[in-house]
Design a protein around this ligand. Structure first.
Ligand code: HEM
Ligand code: HEM
Length: 246
């Protein structure tokens, strides 16, 4: 499917300056496989649920009348937090495993700039974000700067999981989850683990705000359907993308 090159009035639409430069039109390319998309949205939903329930656990911001009701709200928050933690942890593990067996654009090289070209593109992308250049480099998978940032985001995911397991062990009693209590001295005790869990949450929420902003910015300036691609798997790329990706 070729997107329109003119508007009804005949003027060129503001698709993208890159798209306007291309003479061959745009090509529909399948970039994100189902596992990448599903884990992305599951992890996002899990983080939002974990943040709301976690903030309540840390500082109960509403307390219904009656001591029993109050416990029930806290209990519900903790149960939802725990079950969502399982979903979150499994989705993160699946996504990390997929970096080694998944389709081409799901793989680890999309995050670690191992090739000279991807290292150059980190710089080109930085110039674009700092207004030193008008055009981002053509990216088929993740742009290399975003890929590097996602590495940090995955590190934050693991921080949440490790500190979460340590916190779980505190109240685990005789449950087998007590086995994670070896993490507590490594993390500097339960209070430090709780503090790290909290800080990492705010870093993730900060990333969330920036990520939406940059996804909208890059989506508009590239004109390749970046945001839609996380839903459908497809981007619309200039026909020269194959040369670029060899
Ligand atoms: C991005 C995901 C997550 C967010 C945003 C989040 C957020 C929070 C926050 C804000 C707290 C309250 C800390 C405090 O006491 O001040 C908390 C508590 C806790 N979180 Fe998470 N969390 C996440 C993931 C996890 C995971 C993956 C686990 C388990 C593996 C986990 C287990 C726990 C436990 C056990 C507590 C303590 C509950 C208690 O005091 O009984 N969390 N979380
Ligand atoms: C807590 C919220 C979110 C987190 C932590 C998050 C994290 C991530 C991560 C780790 C990736 C890399 C995906 C992979 O290869 O597995 C990614 C990609 C992407 N996300 Fe999100 N995301 C969040 C919310 C959103 C939202 C709300 C949108 C839509 C506006 C969005 C749009 C995208 C897009 C378009 C990409 C591909 C961008 C690229 O190629 O660099 N994300 N996100």
């Amino acid at each position: 499917m070729t997107p329109p090159t003119t508007t009804a009035g005949g003027a060129r639409p503001e698709v993208s300056y890159r798209a306007k430069d291309e003479t061959g039109g745009l090509e529909r390319v399948y970039v994100w496989d189902a596992v990448v998309r599903l884990t992305h949205w599951i992890i996002m939903l899990a983080i939002l649920i974990q943040a709301v329930t976690g903030i309540y656990i840390g500082r109960p911001f509403f307390i219904p009348a009656g001591a029993e009701d109050q416990q029930f709200v806290m209990g519900t928050m903790k149960v939802v937090h725990s079950y969502t933690a399982i979903v979150f942890t499994l989705a993160v593990l699946v996504r990390v495993g997929w970096m080694f067996v998944g389709s081409y654009y799901a793989r680890w090289h999309q995050f670690v700039p191992a090739s000279a070209r991807r290292r150059r593109d980190v710089w080109s992308m930085l110039k674009f974000y700092t207004f030193l250049s008008r055009e981002p480099p053509l990216n088929v998978g993740h742009n290399p700067l975003a890929g590097l940032t996602y590495l940090l985001v995955f590190a934050l995911y693991f921080t949440m999981i490790v500190t979460g397991l340590a916190l779980y062990s505190v109240g685990a009693g005789v449950s087998y989850m007590k086995m994670w209590d070896f993490l507590l001295p490594i993390l500097g005790g339960a209070q430090t683990a709780r503090w790290i869990h909290h800080i990492a949450m705010w870093l993730l929420l900060g990333f969330f705000a920036h990520h939406i902003w940059s996804a909208i910015l890059v989506s508009r300036s590239e004109g390749h359907g970046l945001i839609d691609s996380m839903f459908s798997g497809y981007k619309f790329l200039p026909r020269s993308w194959r040369k670029r990706d060899e």
